[in-house]
Design a protein around this ligand. Structure first.
Ligand code: AMP
Length: 187
């Protein structure tokens, strides 16, 4: 099965994606991690996006679509994908459907982790101490939240009409969210 998990920064996408990876033996595809990797390795893409990420803006659809494509066409990962942080725009959502379709796959489950802004600010401040990410400061958090909400509204509209869409209250405890997700995926 292929799963999309989406929600604002700090919603717990990475944590829940990790849980699903272990429980259901899927491969996590985090565009944030893929982009940070490009920056770390100082690739051509990495040099362009370093600034964008640290300001809390989005990388272009072209860049992320290209990174995603390499993974979707990998036969060893077929029907074992969990997308975390992708798609973030309508263009990316349409691109994902098309790429999966071209390789005989589809999205089986979509989870939207809905979280209050205050919860996110608290969580990201904690993560800043644990992971020391350059984009986890107070100003960038608010910017990233607003950018996310503005641009992903269209993704939410696109997905919420689908029958495999599940909205989950992301303000709950980690274990409660994992248990809801597990119930849905186990049917
Ligand atoms: P994340 O780890 O998912 O919070 O992503 C960290 C940062 O990477 C975001 O704030 C964006 O700058 C960039 N990013 C991650 N995924 C995407 C995406 N699908 N489209 C555009 N930019 C992205």
């Amino acid at each position: 099965m292929n799963v999309v998990i989406f929600g604002p920064p700090g919603a717990g996408k990475g944590t829940q994606a990790n849980f699903i990876v272990k429980k259901f033996k899927l491969c996590q595809v985090s565009t944030g991690d893929l982009l940070r990797n490009e920056v770390k390795n100082q690739t051509d893409i990495g040099k362009d996006i370093e600034n964008i990420i640290s300001k809390g803006d989005f990388a272009t659809d072209e860049i992320v679509n290209e990174l995603i494509k390499k993974i979707i066409i990998d036969p060893s990962k077929k029907n074992k994908l969990i997308f975390d942080g992708y798609p973030r725009s309508l263009n990316q959502a349409e691109n994902l459907d098309q790429l999966l379709n071209e390789s005989g796959q589809k999205i089986d489950f979509i989870f939207f982790l809905n979280v209050k802004k205050e919860t996110i600010i608290k969580r990201i401040e904690k993560r800043k101490i644990l992971e020391n990410r350059s984009d986890d400061n107070h100003v960038t958090i608010l910017k990233r939240y607003d950018t996310y909400m503005d641009t992903t509204k269209l993704v939410l509209d696109f997905y919420s009409k689908k029958t495999n869409f599940h909205e989950i209250d992301g303000d709950q405890k980690i274990a409660e969210i994992s248990s809801k997700i597990e119930q849905i995926l186990s049917v």
